[in-house]
Each structure stands twice: as structure tokens, then as C-alpha cells.
Design a protein. Structure first.
Lengths: 447, 397
């Protein structure tokens, strides 16, 4: 059941990579109709790599796992916006759409002749989200920005690392996530504004600025006290024990975070009330914090003999915050996430040979209008015919001409090379991966 | 004055970060947010800081001041029968209620969604919790660290030879807060057309999970279990020491070897001899030996701008000091100055995005504890000042 009223909200999604595709996926989860508009000369980068069994296959651009995760419940139009006819087609679509979303560097839409002032002429109440690295103004506006590079730029890397000062970048393009959630939020706010006033607007979202919202307290410390906070590892400014402890097995860990005396008692109980737990230096919160290194060492002696899930359940039973550190396989198999239906099993169309794969469900639950994300991500240009026929009413002769003139295409032109992946044995040796399951499809119950 | 995006009333029962960040976004978009705090102690964030000169004071906590601008503050003890009744009175005219208690709490107060729905069928209730309102871990306790561990982001972050690492500060809470605001508005839009509210359920674990699209897909498609930074960590997997801090060299997709050669004034790099597997993480010990000493001699911002001039999408490891004085943020008017009665005039991070028609609303300082009791209880609900005195005496407000 669609959440967004009154008829389907139609969104033209020019986004690539992560931020805007993720934002529109969230909107698809609310029932919006998303038409992904791709350049067939440069298909979305997430189409490349992460193929089933590392086999690119013939049309590898239709077998990209990351693309399949980010672009479910979307239709796909593949055209050439650099051609006047392509841009004209796009404008015709704008005239019958509610929202345009894009995450190009600022000069791109302008160069296409498709920036907000132009689109507003086509449809006065159009809502446009321009999501960029640094925003559409300022000296850095045309700087290339990717999550991997933005994470340090937004100040997060100086706050993330081991206590001795070794700074660490995370394993994902992190800043794309707040960019996506806030992009979706801004679009919804603009829709509500339009509902009341009949007016559209332009949203200028900078991934840089949006991510700064998430380190507010560190900024306040500098503003108030001139102090620069540094990395704490997994420790905490005032709580102890608070950290990551080794468990039994290869590279297996558990997190424990005690936030008050009651939980400390619970922890002692779970540990069987060892003598060291009664020592004066661990008897109150402040002393525990001051002696946290020794406390951590003693705790790890206990955890290292146990399975991480067992530790978590045992401690939680005693009311202690504890969480097994789940690797990606364990996340896909976690019983709580399974009960929450946090993953959708998506069946991909037979020609792609992708088969059934688990992908992330909508990241919230709604009691009345829960959205699903079960439609597989589109192949390149999959919906060209539908757009040209059903939406734009073009006669067959015209559609054929556009295809022959390569204004639209269902094939990438030029044909892109498949992205090769390192063989798993090599990845294992280099430590990129910790394990490799031949029978992973059985394990995930995908057959 | 231009109209704000939202014209809604929010009852805000939240505390610390996740809930207050959600309601911060709603307030900034124009909603009237009535923040309900426990009499006496208030939101726990009032006691977290940072505090000016490290002098703790409940009206001077940086975290609280940052997250709670443009909200009206009232006190209310929900554990009393009168408190519950007053809350129900407020519900009648509210569009949204947001709470981030453990799932048992609202039902134990007699204020679960089915009860509130009867009072106001159009109400959208948003609950943010560690693991959601249902499921085997429903009553499990968590901090940001635990949510990060169970959400998957922790295992894939950190050095090869060290324990997994969580991001600094409280990212899980902020992520959940932003998702909660998004889902809340989604439910509001549905309510506007169908005249019916609903219960929105956001979990910290699933908010962290949202960032796992790469590694989960890797296992689901290839059976490989991704780990953290590789054994021989490449220069590009992390930040690299510069003369005055750290540089963040980044490549996206295929490497522009010619540009890199130009950046570091080393022609031999141009022919791509150091290429290993194409991709974001390039692993080449020989290249590292070349680049690391070079970067160490250059200023981090100089390197950043020089790389960008060559279309290399480098980042730069910035500190809070760098951010506060950043020319890009200055040009964008990102920071705003707000005067608060207790703490004076301070710079705060401003609007997370810019909307061309509807302005961000965040010019009022965070409320003092109970600051708007009279405005809400007397002005909105019609109680007298002497009623207020009685309510305070009885520990209700």
C-alpha cells in the first residue's frame, strides 16, 4: 500500500553510486514511483563488480550486486542527455513528474541545460534535489567528493581510531548514508510544503554539511573550550567497562558497555563473581573508568574462552548491554534481524542469471503502510519502451528512430569492460576477506 | 516571513541523541516541537556536556544546546496519574509524538500506541529503540557500541591486526534519528491523505545496517566474508601523514596515473606500473614507498587543493578547528550564531541542507528546563498559574 498520496508520486532519479540511489530507494519504500534515468554511455558505477560467483557473464552490467541492492523497485530509462533530443525527452518527463533527484557535480546539470531554473519553467511546482559533495556554491563546489574521501574531511576520522592515535577510515563510504537519509527527508518536507502551498522548490544538499550534523558535540567542544577531541578506540569518555573483547574462534569479538552500578553487578553475576571483581579499584563507576585497561584485560580472559553470541546472551540475561560483533555473514543469518524481516529475498529475472538474493528491506516498520522492496533492480534501459509508449505516447516510428539515432538504448555504448575481481584465494591471503563459503547459497537458503 | 516546510505539532518525549536529533530535524523544518522533560533532572543530555571550562551545569551542556534549539521545553512526570492525563490532553491536538524509551516503557505508563490512537486517530507515533518494538532482542540493552557491533559496521572497520572499531562519537544514534524523522514525515504524508495515523518503529541496529550495502552484497553474491583493512594496508585505505596533519588520498574507479604522477612530481608513476587490482583500494607497497615520504612533506590542505585541481578526488583529515574556520562552510553560511541566556553567544552547526523556498528554523536557543510550562499548560491547555503551582508542588511538573 503506497504511503505517498494522492496518486503515486513520480520521481526522476538521475543519481549514481550511493547517496541519491539510496535516497530514492527509501522513497520507493514509501510507495513512490521511481524512474531511474541512466546514461547508456556511462551506466551507474554500481552495475560493475560483485557479480554472482564473481562471474561477470555476458551482460555483466545487469548482474551487479550493489546495483541490485540500491535500485530495487525502480524503472530504468537509458538515454543520452548530451543530445538535444535526449534532453527534450527528459523535459517532457519532468512535465509529468513530481520530483527530480540528482547527485552530479554542480556544473553537470547546468551543462545539460537541465538545472532548476530550466526545469521550473517546464513544471513550476517541480521539486528538485541536488545532492553534491560540497554544495552548489562556495570555492569547493566543483571538487570531486566520494564518501571514502569525505569521511576524513567532515572531521570524523580525527575522532575514529585506536587510543594511541592511529586514525582509521571506515570500511564503507559512510557519508553517503546521512546524505541519503537527509535527502529523502528534504524531499518529503518539500512534498508537504507543496501540499499546503502548491509550490515546488530546489534542495541544495551538501554531503559535507549533512555529515557535520553527526559530530555536533565535538564542534561544540571546540567552540566552547578550544579543545580538539581525539579518537578513543572503543572506550568511552566516562563509562567502563566499555569496549570490544576477543572471543573464541577466529577473529570473533563481543562488545560490552556497562552504564551503571546495577549493570556492573549483573556483569559480575554473569562472570560468576570472580575475586578480582570485588577489588576496591573496580567497586564504583569512577574507579572502574580509571582502571579500565586492567579491567578490560581481566574481562577478556573470560570472553576469550567463550563464543561471542553466548557471551552476548548470557550478559543480556543479567541486564548488561552486550553485543556480538557480527561479520557480514552473521548479519545475514542473525535471528533477530530475521524476525524483523530486515532482508527481502528478491528473485531476479531469469535472463540475468542472478537468481534469488537477500537484500536490505525498508529500514523502518510502519503499522499501517509497511513498504516492501521486492521488485528486482532494472536492467539497463529495461523500461525504455514503457516510458516512450505509456508515459510519452510516442508512435512506433518515432521510438524506432530514437533508438536508431542512439538517443535511447538498451545496450551500453560503448560496451564497457567487466570489472575483474581478485580471486577469493588471493583476497584471503591479503586479508581482505576472513573466509569464503562455496556453499553460501545453501547457507543463505536461496535455492 | 517565508513559510516553513512543516506546520505540525510534535510532542517530544525523547532524550540523549537519537530522538532529539529526529525532533531537531522536524523543528528545523518548522514544526512546533514541545519537548517534555522529567521535572528536576531533565533530559540526560543536559549532564553530558561538553561544558564551558569543564564546569558541569544543566543549562550549559554543548550536546543539549546543539540538539534542542527551536524547541519549547516543558516538564512533566509521566509516572503520575495526573501527568498521564495532562499528556493525553496534549495528544489531542498533536500531529506527532516521538519517544525513544525502551519498548516496555510507554505501555507500562498506559501510553502505548493503541491507547493514544483512541484519543487521536490521526496521530503519528514514532518509537526509536535499540532493536525495535518486536523480536528476540527487543528488551536487550545497548549503547552506540553495541548497536554498531550488531549492525555489522563494526566488524568491517579497523586495522587488520587490531580489534574492530566503532566510529567516533554516537553515529548509530544520529543515523537512527535521521531515519526516524524521514519515516515520520512519510507517515505524516500518508495521514494527510487518509486521515489516519500509525505507529512508526525505528531501531538503532537497523539504522546501522543501512550502511552495509557493500559487504552484505559481497557475501550474498559471492560467498566471501569481508574483513577490515587488508594486511598490507594500502596508502589509499586510510589517511596518510602530511606535514601538518593527515591527507586523505582517494581514487574512484580507475586510477588517473598521469594526474597522480603530476601531483607528486614523479614521472614514473604515470605509466601505471604500480597498478594492481583496479578499484578503490589499490594495494602496492612500491607505490606506498614513493608516496608516503612525499606526502609527509606537504601541507594537508595544500595537497588537497593541488589534487582537486588535477581532478583527483582527494579528501583532507580535518579537525574541529579546521571546520570552524573552513572557507567553504563560511561561504555557505553553514554556522549560525545563537544567544542563550545561560551560555551566551555561540556558533552552532546550522541547516543540514538548503531549501530554496522554505527556510530552516533554528534561531531560538535550546529551552531552559520548564521554560515554556506557562505557555503550554496555561496558554494551550487553559490551566491557571495557581494550577501550575499546585502541579509543581505535587511533583507533576
Amino acid at each position: 500500500m503506497a504511503v505517498l498520496p494522492p496518486n503515486r508520486i513520480r520521481i526522476l532519479d538521475l543519481g549514481t553510486a550511493w547517496a541519491v540511489p539510496l535516497a530514492t530507494r527509501l522513497l520507493a519504500g514509501l510507495g513512490a514511483e521511481i524512474i531511474k534515468v541512466e546514461a547508456f554511455s556511462r551506466p551507474d558505477v554500481t552495475r560493475f563488480g560483485t557479480h554472482p560467483h564473481n562471474e561477470p557473464g555476458e551482460k555483466h552490467w545487469n548482474r551487479g550486486g550493489r546495483f541490485n541492492d540500491l535500485n530495487r523497485n525502480k524503472r530504468d530509462l537509458a538515454l543520452d542527455l548530451t543530445r538535444p533530443e535526449g534532453a527534450a525527452l527528459f523535459k517532457r518527463l519532468v512535465a509529468i513528474s513530481d520530483i527530480v533527484a540528482e547527485n552530479f557535480t554542480p556544473r553537470v546539470m547546468k551543462n545539460f541545460g537541465l538545472d532548476y531554473p530550466v526545469l521550473k519553467e517546464v513544471k513550476p511546482d517541480i521539486i528538485m534535489l541536488s545532492s553534491s559533495g560540497y554544495g552548489h556554491s562556495g570555492p569547493w563546489r566543483n571538487y570531486g567528493a566520494y564518501g571514502m574521501g569525505l569521511e576524513p574531511t567532515v572531521g570524523l576520522t580525527h575522532l575514529t581510531g585506536y587510543r594511541e592515535g592511529r586514525l582509521i577510515k571506515s570500511g564503507i563510504p559512510y557519508t553517503d548514508v546521512p546524505a541519503a537519509t537527509h535527502g529523502t527527508l528534504a524531499i518529503l518536507a518539500a512534498l508537504e510544503y507543496r501540499r499546503r502551498t502548491g509550490r515546488g522548490q530546489w534542495i541544495d544538499l551538501s554531503q559535507y554539511e549533512v555529515s557535520l550534523a553527526f559530530i555536533g558535540e565535538a564542534l561544540m567542544d571546540y567552540v566552547m573550550n578550544g579543545r580538539l577531541q581525539g579518537p578513543l578506540g572503543n572506550a568511552h569518555p566516562f563509562l567502563a567497562p566499555h569496549g570490544c573483547y576477543r572471543c573464541q574462534g577466529e577473529d570473533s569479538w563481543v562488545t560490552i558497555a556497562v552504564t551503571n552500578d546495577e549493570e556492573w553487578q549483573g556483569l559480575c553475576q554473569a562472570l560468576g563473581r570472580p575475586a578480582w571483581a570485588k577489588e576496591a579499584r573496580f567497586s564504583d563507576a569512577l574507579s572502574r573508568w580509571q582502571n579500565q585497561d586492567e579491567l578490560d584485560r581481566l574481562l577478556e580472559v573470560w570472553t576469550s574462552q567463550r563464543d561471542h553470541y553466548d557471551v552476548m546472551h548470557q550478559l543480556q540475561k543479567e541486564g548488561v548491554p552486550a553485543g556480538a560483533v557480527l561479520n557480514p555473514k552473521e548479519v545475514l543469518l542473525d535471528p533477530h534481524l530475521k524476525a524483523r524481516r530486515a532482508f527481502e529475498l528478491v528473485d531476479h529475472p531469469p535472463p540475468t542469471g542472478v537468481g534469488r538474493r537477500p537484500h536490505l528491506a525498508v529500514p523502518w516498520k510502519m503499522s499501517r503502510t509497511q513498504g516492501r522492496l521486492q521488485q528486482p533492480a532494472p536492467t539497463l534501459g529495461q523500461d525504455n519502451e514503457w516510458v516512450l509508449t505509456e508515459l510519452l505516447g510516442l508512435p512506433e516510428a518515432e521510438r524506432t528512430r530514437l533508438s536508431e539515432a542512439r538517443v535511447v538504448s538498451r545496450e551500453p555504448i560503448p560496451r564497457p569492460a567487466a570489472r575483474s575481481e581478485q580471486p577469493p584465494a588471493q583476497q584471503l591471503e591479503q586479508g581482505n576477506i576472513v573466509a569464503y563459503d562455496d556453499n553460501f547459497e545453501e547457507i543463505l537458503d536461496l535455492k | 516571513m517565508a513559510e516553513a516546510a512543516l506546520n505540525l505539532r510534535v510532542l517530544d518525549l525523547t532524550h540523549l541523541i537519537a530522538g532529539p536529533y529526529c525532533t531537531r530535524l522536524l523543528a528545523g523544518l518548522g514544526a512546533e516541537v514541545i519537548k517534555i522533560e522529567r521535572p528536576g533532572i531533565g533530559d540526560k543530555a543536559r549532564h553530558i556536556g561538553p561544558f564551558p571550562d569543564d564546569r558541569p551545569h544543566p543549562e550549559r551542556s554543548g550536546l543539549f544546546l546543539y540538539l534542542n534549539r527551536n524547541k519549547k521545553g516543558i516538564t512533566l512526570n509521566l509516572k503520575t496519574a495526573t501527568g498521564g492525563h495532562l499528556f493525553q490532553e496534549l495528544i489531542r491536538s498533536a500531529d506527532i509524538v516521538v519517544e525513544n524509551f525502551a519498548p516496555r516503557v510507554m505501555p507500562s505508563l498506559g501510553l502505548d500506541y493503541p491507547t493514544l490512537e483512541k484519543i487521536n486517530p490521526r496521530l503519528v507515533m514514532t518509537s526509536i529503540s535499540n532493536f525495535g518494538q518486536e523480536g528476540p532482542y527487543r528488551d536487550y540493552k545497548a549503547t552506540d557500541l553495541v548497536a554498531y557491533a550488531l549492525g555489522g559496521l563494526m566488524y568491517i572497520t579497523g586495522a587488520y591486526d587490531r580489534e574492530p572499531l566503532k566510529h567516533g562519537l554516537s553515529q548509530a544514534q544520529y543515523l537512527a534519528g535521521s531515519l526516524a524523522a524521514t519515516a515520520t514525515l512519510g507517515a505524516v504524508l500518508s495521514q494527510k491523505s487518509e486521515n489516519q495515523g500509525q505507529h512508526v518503529d525505528v531501531s538503532l541496529q537497523e539504522s546501522v545496517l543501512l550502511g552495509m550495502f557493500i559487504q552484505l552484497t559481497t557475501y550474498a553474491y559471492t560467498g566471501a566474508v569481508s574483513r577490515r583493512q587488508p594486511k598490507e594496508s594500502s596508502v589509499f585505505a586510510n589517511v596518510v601523514p602530511a606535514k601538518d596533519g593527515y591527507s586523505a588520498p582517494v581514487f574512484y574507479g580507475f586510477v588517473d596515473w598521469k594526474a597522480l604522477a603530476q601531483l607528486v612530481d614523479c614521472p614514473e608513476v604515470a605509466d601505471g606500473r604500480y597498478a594492481s587490482y583496479a578499484g578503490i583500494n589499490i594495494q602496492s607497497p612500491e607505490l606506498e614507498k614513493l608516496l608516503v615520504p612525499h606526502f609527509a612533506q606537504r601541507g594537508k590542505h595544500e595537497l588537497f587543493h593541488a589534487a582537486q585541481a588535477l581532478r583527483l578526488p582527494f579528501g583532507v583529515a580535518q579537525t574541529a578547528a579546521d571546520l570552524i574556520s573552513c572557507p567553504q562552510l563560511k561561504e555557505r553560511d553553514f554556522f549560525s550564531e545563537i544567544t542563550h541566556p545561560e551560555v551566551g553567544t555561540l556558533k552552532y552547526p546550522g541547516a543540514p541542507f538548503k531549501m530554496s523556498e522554505s527556510p530552516w528554523r533554528e534561531s531560538s536557543p535550546a529551552p531552559l528546563l520548564g521554560q515554556h510550562n506557562e505557555e503550554i499548560y496555561c496558554g494551550l491547555l487553559g490551566y491557571s498559574r495557581t494550577d501550575l503551582v499546585r502541579l509543581r508542588q505535587g511533583g507533576i511538573i
